[in-house]
Design a binder for this molecule. Sequence first.
Ligand code: AMP
Ligand code: TRP
Length: 328
Amino acid sequence: MKKQRMLTGLQPTGVITLGNYIGAIKQMVENQDQYDSFLFVADLHSITIPQDKEELSKKTRSLIALYLACGIDPKKNTIYIQSENPYHANLSWLLECNAYFGEMSRMHQFKEKSKKHENFTVGLFTYPVLMAADILLYDTNIVPVGIDQKQHVEIARDIAIRFNKKYGDTFVIPEPKISESGTKIMDLVNPTQKMSKSAENEKGVIRILDDIKVARKKIMSATTDSEMVIKYDPENKPGISNLINIYISLTDKTVEEVEEEFKDSNYGTFKKKVADEVEKLLTTIQTKYQEILNSEELDKILDEGRDKTIEIAKIKYQEAKEKMGFHR
Ligand code: AMP
Ligand code: TRP
């Protein structure tokens, strides 16, 4: 049976966190045989807000190396950089002329981001149409995204349905897949808040490329309670429960096994064990990351991804263009 096509884009901003790894990437790695998966860096999307031009391509390359280091297998995923394939921006224009100002004005992310930037660009406004092009170029069936992006996938659906009706069947209608099923990792300082890339206090967040000693320290000084019992109770003991979640995610043990293992231990001993597991994970990923980052292998993967996706996208783009009336 033909595998369903799954596609997702990652913005090259902010270094990924332990929360991203446990909540999203680990599952992607575990499920990578299931789908025909396309994974790309949405660098064109990132310039909708100002970017440092010296840093942009470094961040893009670093993010891809990091995903590969986390276990994303280039044989099972088509990996590419959005800006290296001209058909994304080309199709985006055709779709812009089939998308309405009114519907774009209702996008939550635009409303929020445009408030933060005094002089925002038109690109910030048309961002969801480029995202629709990313998705529709490849006959994508499933788009795994965080809840904040659901509205953008829905607008891609609306645009596809409208286009097909107006010009004839052209695009596959994509489905969003909201990735909330994984364990939610909380901030280490404020364990009632989600661990977030954009946290105000760095002590609450472990980033996958953090210095190992610094990461250990963050675990050792994580907020807990005064009870001194290692028991899973997210409501009354959010700090300890969060550390248990991190521990079970990294060891594949169950909550019961962990409670039993540490029934006679104090918080210091438990935290040390959690820190050991985090250290093991980060060391493995960081070592691989360094190997991959400047390798020719990485360039080969990106070249192959670019060539393969250009070939597919070209056909879809030409079909859409001709249906709209562009031909000799
Ligand atoms: P974001 O960092 O918000 O762009 O999210 C990227 C992916 O990581 C999404 O699938 C999120 O659901 C997931 N994710 C982000 N933060 C966490 C967290 N603290 N715990 C679990 N999953 C997370
Ligand atoms: N807008 C997405 C984000 O900020 C990234 C993205 C761009 C994307 N194009 C996409 C995600 C296509 C899924 C499909 O996270």
